[in-house]
Design a protein around this ligand. Structure first.
Ligand code: KIV
Ligand code: ZN
Length: 567
């Protein structure tokens, strides 16, 4: 038996029986703040160097972030230098606010103010830990001791800000985080934040950001939402605060915690691209934003170039985006299952036929084009693929519209090839199988030459006359026949040499473009001796000859099948 779970104490949720958030819906994007260059960066095996941070910063700007936490300048010389480079090289757009993190400790606060000199828009983000556990085991102090640290920090920050604004005219705003908020008694979290708001002189015109970190995710997302709603309802001066979320992903539910936290009243979200960050990471802003996008809400961030963004991320962080990562993973627009492939194809057809302005494709919650991906790799062919998958590839990649009745036959051929190869097969291999099976069958019957004439009889009915040299194995036969069209005439000609037991069932044709050239392709369905059906395909510049070739192909395939079965 698995032992050890008894040592864990279950999370004690805040009591909020009249919670309102379950009845809310997300209707607009929050204020986003990327903490990739700080929280994300500090969690890397090899933190980003200057060049990488600059590239990452530019990428965040291009995505549309207006608030970017660029570092912890009092924590290391490298962090300090990077911030100076951004300011001195004038790399920060006027509409972007940089955010810098600092502990609520006087010498670090002073150093931070030195680091931001010359920046136009800055958020000074200070924090101290408030949780029950941290107070007990790390700081060994009571709540008053923790409040004093925050209030003194706030007082110094306000004083230095006033001096800086007088000197440089910079636009400086404040953010306070009761670190480990979700492990703090809610009344204590409210109390300390209220004291900080007072000390900073927050007003509805000059709001202070109160960031409520789920520093370690300890409970189900509904517990986090209850904490946020409780906090918002009990904070005096709620209208002088911007409530910010900062979820981490220890239980794998940071996206849900963010979304429920927004329902509970938060205005702002801190997180990272692809959820990089301490331990299991921060909330994945791309994921949350694209969830909004796929609900018809403008996320105010642009991930239309997600592939490129992922490349920059992987290059700068040396981390990998998983293949099934929502919206960004290599495999997220790929359907392996046959029924999924079939439904996707039907959805695509439906949208085309109805000229639908809405996205109505089963199994694809998002149009891949919206994140810079193409349709082609959606369907991959392996032994799990259904009969429609191979036909879909032939249509999408090569412009061959196999009739529906032919899908099972070709699907079986492709499935057998996958089973034999023991792997997924590529579109080109699907095409090669089609070519080999239908376009390269010239035995035992082979039409060496032919002539078609068309006349009208006295009743003005069209009569087509076929004459040709049909080789059977190594013997030539001159055959001729009349009919009301080329197919009929050819069939009648076949009867003259004893080929009588094939019945014509169906015929489809369309033009297919082959580079600069265009040809006709015909799909012929015959009933073969014994009642089984068989398909043949003919490809030619001449539409009549394409049909005749299709008939010969079907007969040759039936003959080959007969021979195989007799062995
Ligand atoms: O997770 C956290 O609590 C933090 C704070 C410093 C905001 O990153
Ligand atoms: Zn964090």
């Amino acid at each position: 038996m698995y032992q050890g779970y008894q040592k864990y104490v279950p999370f004690q949720p805040v009591s909020l029986p009249d919670r309102q958030w379950p009845d809310k819906v997300i209707e607009k994007a929050p204020i986003w703040c990327s903490v990739d260059l700080r929280d994300g960066n500090q969690a890397l095996v090899n933190p980003m160097n200057l060049e990488e941070k600059l590239l990452f910063f530019q990428t965040l700007v291009d995505i549309g972030f207006k608030e970017i936490e660029v570092g912890f300048p009092s924590a290391s010389e490298t962090e300090y230098e990077i911030l100076r480079t951004l300011i001195d090289r004038d790399l920060i757009p006027d509409d972007v606010t940089i955010q810098v993190l600092v502990q609520a400790r006087p010498h670090l606060i002073r150093k931070t103010f030195e680091a931001i000199r010359g920046a136009k828009n800055v958020i000074i983000h200070f924090y101290n830990s408030t949780s029950t556990l941290q107070r007990k085991v790390v700081f060994r102090t009571d709540m008053q001791g923790v409040i004093d640290i925050a209030v003194e920090g706030a007082r110094l920050i306000r004083q230095l800000t006033e001096e800086e604004v007088k000197q440089s005219g910079a636009n400086i705003r404040y953010e306070y985080s009761p670190e480990s908020f979700s492990g703090t008694e809610m009344d204590n979290a409210v109390l300390i934040c209220q004291r900080v708001l007072e000390e900073l002189g927050a007003t509805p015109e000059n709001k202070v950001i109160l960031n409520l970190p789920n520093t370690v995710e300890m409970a189900t997302p509904n517990c986090h939402a209850d904490q946020i709603e409780y906090f918002c309802r009990n904070l005096k001066g709620r209208d002088s605060a911007i409530i910010s979320l900062h979820p981490h992903n220890d239980r794998g539910t940071a996206t849900a915690a963010t979304e429920l936290g927004l329902l509970a009243g938060a205005d702002r979200v801190e997180g990272t691209l692809f959820g990089n960050g301490e331990r299991t990471g921060n909330a994945d802003i791309m994921n949350v934003a694209m969830n909004m996008y796929s609900q018809g809400i403008d996320p105010k961030l642009d991930f239309s170039n997600l592939k490129k963004i992922r490349e920059v991320y992987e290059e700068c962080t040396e981390m990998k985006v998983g293949e099934r990562h929502p919206y960004a993973g290599e495999l997220v627009f790929t359907a392996f299952s046959g029924s999924h492939q079939d439904a996707i194809k039907k959805g695509l057809d439906y949208m085309r036929e109805h000229d639908s302005q809405y996205w109505e494709i089963p199994y694809l919650p998002l149009d891949p084009a919206d994140v810079g991906r193409a349709y082609e790799p959606i369907i991959r062919i392996n032994s799990q693929s259904g009969k429609g998958g191979a036909a879909f590839i032939m249509q999408q990649n090569f412009g061959y519209n196999l009739p529906k009745s032919m899908h099972p036959e070709f699907g079986t051929i492709v499935k057998a090839a996958c089973d034999e190869a023991g792997r997924e097969i590529q579109p080109k291999e699907v095409f090669d199988l089609f070519e080999k099976e239908y376009l390269q069958v010239g035995y035992p019957y082979n039409l060496k030459s032919y002539k078609l004439n068309e006349e009208n009889d006295v009743d003005r009915h069209t009569v087509v006359h076929f004459e040709g040299n049909l080789r059977f194995k190594d013997k030539d036969h001159i055959i001729q026949g009349d009919g009301n069209g080329p197919i009929d005439a050819f069939f009648n000609a076949l009867r003259t040499v004893g080929i009588t037991d094939y019945q014509f069932l169906s015929y489809h044709e369309h033009a297919v473009s082959l580079g600069a050239d265009s040809k006709a392709i015909s799909y012929i369905e015959l009933s073969a001796p014994g009642g089984k059906t068989v398909f043949g395909v003919g490809l030619d510049n001449n539409i009549s000859l394409a049909s005749i070739k299709g008939i010969i192909c079907a007969i040759n395939r039936a003959e080959a099948r007969k021979e195989k079965e007799s062995k």
